[in-house]
Structure formats: C-alpha cells, structure tokens
Design a binder for this molecule. Structure first.
Ligand code: FES
Length: 126
C-alpha cells in the first residue's frame, strides 16, 4: 500500500506539522519546467495546497515565512496588498484578486503524512 502512495505522490511533511489556521509549509515545484513556490496549510482539519503566487500580481503571499492566514484564521491573505482567499478553494474573498483565484494543487493526507500528487505539469523540486 505504501509503495503505491509513493509512486503517485511526493512527500511534503508530517501531518502534525500543520495545525488548523497555523503556519503553512512552503515547498518548490517545477511547473511547466519553471521553479515555482508553493505551500500547504491546514484549515478545518483538511490540508490545502496552492502555488504561492497571488492572483493580483505574481508575488508570494507570505512576507513572514509560512504566515498565510489572516488574524482571525478565516482567510489566506496576501501580505503585499491584502487580497483575501478562501482557504479551502483558493477563490478570492476580497481585495485585489476579485474574480480570480489561487492555483490549487492536489494534496492528500495518508497515514499521518502529507503528499503532493504528481501531475503532468507539476512536480516537487527536491
Ligand atoms: S500582490 Fe497580492 S494583493 Fe497585490
């Protein structure tokens, strides 16, 4: 069983490194051959991963590494101009991102570990 998980996925972190509304884990992916920052957070017990690129401008969301949530832990927030995103979908919830959304990555949690699912255009950079 564990072998099948490894064939389809890249290990990102242990589950206990992600707490609801807490710091996110950053990682790098190759997207269409380009190195691109990404992150994973936990929200309402589920893990969610996105490219770390604001939909307003291609800026990383977190000024302080791993700080993706707003103060109330309700939204992901871009530190540059304050765009807010729904943590579970990446859709814009207000601000400079109106009508756009974060690029969501396929992530899964199994056996107390978090994995990025491999896809044709996105791969973890070791
Ligand atoms: S770059 Fe994120 S809100 Fe402007």
């Amino acid at each position: 069983m564990a072998d099948k998980v490894e064939e389809k996925t890249h290990f990102i972190c242990d589950s206990n490194q992600l707490v609801n509304g807490g710091k996110g884990i950053r990682f790098m992916v190759s997207r269409h051959g380009e190195p691109t920052p990404a992150f994973v957070v936990r929200f309402r017990d589920q893990v969610h991963a996105y490219l770390n690129l604001c939909a307003h401008q291609a800026m990383e969301l977190d000024w302080n590494e791993g700080d993706f949530f707003d103060r109330k832990k309700e939204y992901l927030i871009c530190a540059t101009h304050g765009a807010r995103y729904y943590p579970d979908s990446g859709r814009c919830a207000g601000g400079q991102c109106a009508g756009r959304q974060l690029v969501k990555l396929e992530i899964e949690e199994q056996n107390t570990q978090v994995f990025l699912r491999k896809s044709n255009d996105i791969h973890l950079i070791a």
